[in-house]
Every structure is written in C-alpha cells, then in structure tokens.
Design a protein around this ligand. Structure first.
Ligand SMILES: O=C(O)CCC(=O)C(=O)O
Ligand SMILES: [Fe+2]
Length: 357
C-alpha cells in the first residue's frame, strides 16, 4: 500500500474490512467498546497535600489499584479541565486536516516524531486500525519543534502547557508509589535519573467490521508511567488474567487514566503490575485518546528498589542483574520475537529505536 493516510480513510468507507486488518479468531474482541464496567478504581486526589491522613488514604488506594490492575483513573487531579479539553479539541482538529497537511509530518523513514498510520511502520502481518501523531516533549532541551505539528493554530502552546501539567501529575503519583514501597518519596524519580516524556495522540476512525480487528493490540506500556486522556466513546480495555477476560474502562468526564509501565513493574519487583491493555474500535464513531508516556533516561539502571528482601534471599528478583533501561527495551523487543509474535506492534518498537538512536 503506497499511500498512507488516505488509505485508512478510504478503507473506513468500505462495507467490509480489508483483510490487512483482520485478526485471528483468538485475538478478535468479544467485548464491545461500550460494554462499560466499573471494576477499575476511580480515585480522587483531592487533598493530597493537605493532611498526612488524606495522603495515606490516597496512597493506599493507588497502591491497591496498581497491585490488582496496574491501571486506575484519577479525578480532582489538579489539571485544568479547560486545558485538557483544548488539548483534545486541537488533536481532533489535527486529524481532520487534509492528508497532505498531516503528511508534512510523516514519520516514516525513521524520523523522531510525526504522523503515521502505525500499521505501515511495522513488519507484522496484521495492521492496527489507528493513525497517530507523536512527539517528544521532555527533556525540554532536546525538543525538536520541527517534528511537532504546527497546525492547528495554538497547538504548540497548549501542548507545552499540557505536557508540563502531565509530567507534574506523573511525578506526584510516582511519589505515592515510592512511599507505598516504604521508600523516600523521590525514590522512583531518582531511579529515572531524568524524566523523559513522549506524547502519542491516537485516532481510531470508524471501522466497518470492528469485531474483526483492533485499534491497538494487547500490550503493556514499557515506560515508567502513562497518563491517558480518552474521549467519551470508549474502547480502552484491560485484563488481569492474561487476556481471558477483558474489561472496557468507562470514560469518566475530566478523569485521566493512569497505567503502570514495565519500568515500575521491575522497580517494585512485580508488586505493581504493568497493565495489559488494548483498544477496540467501533462502527458508529471515531475515537481519540492521548497517551503521555514518562520514561527514564536510557542509561538509568533498572533493578528492584526494594532489595533488602532480595539480599536476604526471601524474595527472588524479577531481574537477574541490574540492566539499563535501554537494555530493558531491547530485551522486551527480543522477547516479542522469540515468542514468535513478530515485531511488537505497540509503542515498544518505536521507543526502542527512539531510545537506542
Ligand atoms: O487508545 C487507548 O485507549 C489506548 C492507547 C494505548 O494503549 C497506547 O497508546 O499505548
Ligand atoms: Fe498502551
């Protein structure tokens, strides 16, 4: 398929799904995008810095949700709802731009950031029903604004404010997780050396046969922690039994979804799960989500932080030896290949090249 963005739009108008997107029977979604369930905790952060009691109450809820699901929603998180809706609106506007405007930021050919139909970058047989635009926002000094969209009007200022607010919130949640592990509140931040950040705006067009395909297949995020905003359509699903049963996360107005990534999974020696999740699509409307990934520096050392039990031999470490974050990525990548899954079709592959490059 030579053309990129035009292709998905045209395919979306067909009555039947192109076979490029058809998944095997076992991977096809059995739970609808709007079969919402309330299993996933919605946690209010109100009063987090007001009293020690309130802080510990919030900490317990977050730790519990991270142990059980590796995913939860936060409300009263302190980020201006107006900023979030501006970010969402501008993102929608970006995807409504004519193809040639979006393709000015075409990411194919190994560019760091830009617009892609993810499917086209990957060697895997089945494609994702998704377009995305991605760009790196931290460290600030390394920002390459030439890879940030310059349209719609106002994108840059809104995105800068949004990315700063999200990294602030992510830091707060990482402080609570550090405390929950019995460590100083800056323990995870220190283990990151420096916090990098990357924003991925996902756009899932309407799909003629949503039961046969996925917007993004099951994966864990390989970062430290992800903060996601989704519209009210629904489609994010999570499992805690390896994919036997899937829960559709109910979109809550103003809430942010928080995912624990593989990095925190290793730092906590498996106590906190990295959520196994995916996105399903539908035939009624398109869907938008904005995932903001917080990553450690590539040279940050990954090893369980709670290692006294490990030293005393009471607990087995998840990792045999300390490795760098860049190495952690490589291993996740290789594992994907070894399991015969083809190249991992989530952020892993992109991040791998981004980090190693
Ligand atoms: O669209 C969603 O809800 C999930 C997106 C996602 O998992 C990702 O971008 O890593
Ligand atoms: Fe994800």
């Amino acid at each position: 398929m030579a053309s990129t963005s035009a292709a998905l739009k045209l395919l979306a108008q067909e009555n039947t799904l192109s076979e490029l997107f058809v998944r095997g029977e076992d991977e096809r979604p059995k739970v609808a995008h709007n079969a919402f369930r309330d299993d996933i905790p919605v946690i209010s952060l109100a009063g987090i810095d007001v009293s020690a009691e309130r802080r510990s109450e919030i900490r317990e809820k977050i730790a519990e949700a991270s142990e059980e699901w590796g995913l939860f929603q936060v409300i009263d998180h302190g980020i201006d709802p107006d900023l979030i809706s501006k970010m969402t609106r501008l993102s929608q506007d970006f995807f409504s731009l004519p193809d040639d405007e979006k393709l000015r930021f075409d990411m194919s050919g190994g560019k760091k950031g830009g617009f892609i139909i993810s499917s086209h970058l990957q060697g895997e047989a089945v494609m994702h029903w998704r377009e995305l635009v991605t760009f790196f926002s931290y460290p600030i000094g390394a920002r390459d604004y030439s890879r940030w969209p310059d349209k719609p009007e106002g994108w840059k200022a809104v995105t800068e404010a949004y990315s700063e607010n999200v990294i602030g919130l992510a830091r707060k949640i990482l402080e609570l997780l550090s405390e929950a592990m019995g460590l100083e509140k800056d323990a995870i931040a220190k283990a990151c050396l420096e916090m990098d950040q990357k924003i991925v705006v996902n756009f899932y067009p309407k799909c003629p046969q949503p039961d046969l395909t996925l917007g993004i297949k099951k994966h864990t995020d390989p970062d430290t922690i992800t903060v996601l905003v989704q519209d009210q359509v629904g489609g994010l699903q999570v499992t805690k039994d390896g994919g036997k049963t899937w829960i559709t996360v109910r979109p809550v107005k103003g809430a942010l979804v928080v995912n624990i990534g593989d990095h925190v999974h290793y730092l906590s020696n498996g106590r906190f799960k990295s959520a196994l999740h995916r996105a399903v699509v539908n035939s009624d409307s398109s869907r938008l989500s904005i995932a903001t990934f917080q990553n450690p520096a590539p040279e940050a050392i990954v090893y369980p932080l709670i290692n006294s039990n490990i030293r005393e031999g009471e607990e087995k470490p998840l990792l045999e030896e300390p490795i760098t974050f860049a190495e952690m990525y490589k291993r996740i990548f290789r594992r994907g290949l070894k399991l015969g899954e083809g190249k991992p079709q989530n952020q892993t592959e992109l991040d791998l090249t981004d980090i190693i490059a």
